[in-house]
Design a protein around this ligand. Structure first.
Ligand code: ADP
Length: 251
């Protein structure tokens, strides 16, 4: 047994291991930087022309003759759909890039009140009835924009899949804050409940009695965002009764 050779071998193995770990960390860092630049570039290159298109077609719509309105409405709707899809893809990449999130104190009752009033006017034409209940005894420390995006995705889904009565509720104890969005839509088949938060997962249209289009990104964004905010998301659902999504935040 040659102690000298053995020690040299162990030292080389340890150095090799740390060297490799350092290489992996640096490569990961470089990849995150590349991903961040990519998101910034794509944001600009896709969103700017879409915004210009939306403005141009709305203006044309206002000035156009009756016979062209049908086609301009189609263009408007499709541009809006494309815009939403691009936003969702960018949002998902942004969240996955795990950039540090800025947090600030947020007054929950005030925040949800304003948000719900916004939903009411946005969805006025769909004749939805709204309920907002809850009590907040302290501010939470969170990111307003990200939390708004999560609630918006849940509300958009609730209405998209057929809900007509939307209940938003919130509660707090010493350790947790819970925000829930409940609908009276078709419900989600049990075997899909665990999978709907996965990226690109959609319940097959035939099993869901709907013909709504989508990317399967909305709930993935909610789940990742809530995790980044320090919490988790859950769902309960009953066929023909409705679905309730819960955002549970630590703190
Ligand atoms: P998308 O709406 O683009 O399909 P989501 O990730 O937002 O993607 O939702 C995943 C799937 O979960 C949807 O395809 C739909 O089948 C189901 N789902 C989500 N929210 C609801 C809801 N409130 N009621 C019924 N089904 C829902």
């Amino acid at each position: 047994f040659d102690l000298w050779k053995f020690t040299t071998l162990i030292t080389l193995v340890v150095i090799g291991f740390f060297g490799y770990a350092l290489f992996v960390i640096l490569r990961q860092k470089r990849l995150s930087e590349v991903q961040r630049d990519f998101i910034n570039n794509v944001s600009h290159e896709l969103k700017t022309p879409l915004a210009t298109l939306a403005l141009a077609s709305t203006t044309l719509h206002e000035r156009s003759a009756e016979k062209d309105n049908k086609y301009l409405t189609i263009i408007n709707n499709e541009v809006a759909r494309l815009h939403k899809n691009v936003e969702d893809i960018l949002e998902a990449s942004f969240i996955e890039s795990k950039r540090p999130i800025q947090k600030a104190p947020l007054q929950l009752d005030q925040f949800l009140n304003t948000l719900t009033e916004g939903f009411k006017s946005e969805y006025a034409s769909k004749l939805i009835s709204w309920d907002l209940t809850g009590e907040a005894n302290r501010a939470i420390f969170s990111n307003e924009k990200l939390l708004e995006k999560c609630i918006r995705n849940l509300v958009d889904n609730a209405i998209k899949y057929g809900g007509k009565h939307i209940k938003i509720a919130f509660s707090q104890d010493q350790n947790q804050t819970v925000i829930s969005v409940a609908d009276d839509g078709p419900g989600i088949p049990k075997e899909h409940l665990k999978k709907i938060f996965k990226k690109f997962y959609r319940v097959p249209e035939s099993q869901h009695q709907h013909n709504q289009k989508g990317f399967g990104l909305g709930l993935h964004i909610v789940k990742s965002a809530v995790q980044n905010l320090g919490g988790k998301v859950g769902v309960e659902s009953k066929i023909d009764v409705g679905s309730t999504f819960k955002i549970i935040l630590n703190g």
